[in-house]
Design a protein around this ligand. Structure first.
Ligand code: MG
Length: 325
C-alpha cells in the first residue's frame, strides 16, 4: 500500500467538548505529537454552533489540515465554512451520529482515525447546499426532520443513532403537505407529500440505507419523496427502506438532480445532517461538486468500487420496534 509522505504543516483541531472517543482529547494530543505535529491550533467548543467561528479563525491562521472532533452536526458546521477553501478536513468520529465518517470508511477508533487523518488520501467530495447552508450527509424536509425534532437528548444518548428512528416511529403522523418540486427547473412532482430527502451519501438516519447508489463524488444529489400517510403505509415504507428496497415502494419516488426547488403550501421543518434548521415554505438546494476535501482511508488497489460496505450498518430498525414498549 502506498503511503503518501507529506509535510504535516499547520494542524488545527476543532473539538466538540462534550463528545468523546477512545482516550479522549488527551489521547488525541499524544497521537498528534507522535505524528510530528509541531504547529498546532487547538479550539474546543461547548456546542457545534460555536464551531464555524473557530474554523474561520484557523483558516485565517493558515491551517493546512483541519481535524474535526465530533459527530455529523459538528462536521456539518465545519464543512459549511471549509467548503470551497481547498483546505483538507479530517474527521475524528466522536459523536453520537457519525454517518459521514461511516460512509467514508473512517472507523470509530481514535488511533485509526488519526492515522487516516495523516496517512489517508485526500479526496474531493461533493456537498449539498440548502437555503445557503452546506451539508455532507443529507437534508430532510417533513417526516425525517420531525424525527430529529422529536429526538430528545436523553434518548439520543441512550440509544445512539437509532433514537432518530425510534422517536420517528412513535411520532408518525403522516401529515401531508402540498409540494411542488422542480428538478433542474422542470416540475418533477406536484401533489401531497409527507417527506422529502436529499442524500449526498447512501446511509442516512438510523443506519437506513436510503439511497442505494449514492456516491458523494458524482456531482449529483439523490432525492426521494414519500407520499405515505398514516402508520400502516409508513410501516411499509420503513420496512422496505430497512430491507434496502426503498425505490420499490409505491409511496416513494426517487431520482437524482443537481438543482432542486421545493415550494410548500404550508410551513415544514427541515434538517441538515441531523440538526434541526427551522421551518420553511421554500427550499432551494443544489449539489456543490468537489466542495470539500476529506482525508479518507487509502483505497485498497483491488477495489475499484470506492464504496465501503459496513456490515454493522445493516441494522433492522423495524425489528427493534418490537421491544419498544
Ligand atoms: Mg452524489
Amino acid at each position: 500500500m502506498l503511503r503518501q509522505e507529506r509535510k504535516v504543516g499547520t494542524v488545527a483541531v476543532i473539538a466538540h467538548q462534550r463528545k468523546t472517543i477512545g482516550g479522549g482529547l488527551d489521547e488525541l494530543r499524544r497521537l498528534l505529537a507522535e505524528e510530528g505535529v509541531e504547529d498546532l491550533l487547538w479550539h474546543e467548543v461547548p456546542k457545534s454552533k460555536k464551531a464555524p467561528k473557530q474554523v474561520r479563525k484557523v483558516l485565517k491562521e493558515g491551517a493546512d489540515l483541519v481535524v474535526v472532533w465530533g459527530g455529523d452536526g459538528m462536521v456539518q458546521r465545519c464543512v459549511d465554512v471549509l467548503a470551497g477553501s481547498g483546505v483538507t478536513m479530517a474527521i475524528i468520529p466522536a459523536g453520537t451520529a457519525n454517518l459521514f465518517a461511516r460512509n467514508l470508511g473512517i472507523p470509530e477508533d481514535l488511533p485509526e482515525a488519526v492515522r487516516i487523518a495523516f496517512h489517508g488520501e485526500s479526496r474531493k467530495l461533493d456537498l449539498g447546499k440548502v437555503n445557503g447552508e452546506h451539508f455532507a450527509v443529507m437534508a430532510g424536509l417533513g417526516f425525517d426532520a420531525e424525527m430529529i425534532k422529536d429526538a430528545d437528548r436523553g434518548l439520543k444518548d441512550r440509544l445512539g443513532r437509532a433514537a432518530y428512528f425510534w422517536t420517528g416511529l412513535r411520532h408518525v403522523r403522516g401529515e401531508l403537505v402540498h409540494m411542488e418540486v422542480k428538478l433542474d427547473k422542470t416540475t418533477w412532482f406536484e401533489g401531497e407529500a409527507s417527506c422529502l430527502l436529499l442524500g449526498n451519501v447512501g446511509t442516512i438516519t438510523g443506519g437506513i440505507e436510503a439511497f442505494d447508489d449514492a456516491q458523494p463524488d458524482d456531482g449529483w444529489l439523490e432525492i426521494g419523496i414519500t407520499t405515505a400517510s398514516g402508520p400502516i403505509q409508513w410501516a411499509r415504507v420503513l420496512g422496505r427502506m430497512s430491507a434496502g428496497r426503498s425505490d420499490e415502494s409505491p409511496f416513494v419516488r426517487m431520482t437524482r438532480a443537481r438543482k432542486i426547488k421545493v415550494k410548500l403550501a404550508a410551513p415544514m421543518p427541515y434538517e441538515l445532517d441531523g440538526g434541526a434548521k427551522g421551518t420553511v415554505t421554500e427550499l432551494k438546494a443544489k449539489v456543490v461538486p468537489g466542495g470539500i476535501t476529506v482525508r479518507v482511508p487509502v483505497a485498497a488497489p483491488e477495489e475499484d468500487d470506492r464504496t465501503v460496505e459496513h456490515p454493522g450498518d445493516r441494522e433492522h430498525p423495524d425489528g427493534r420496534a418490537d421491544g419498544r414498549s
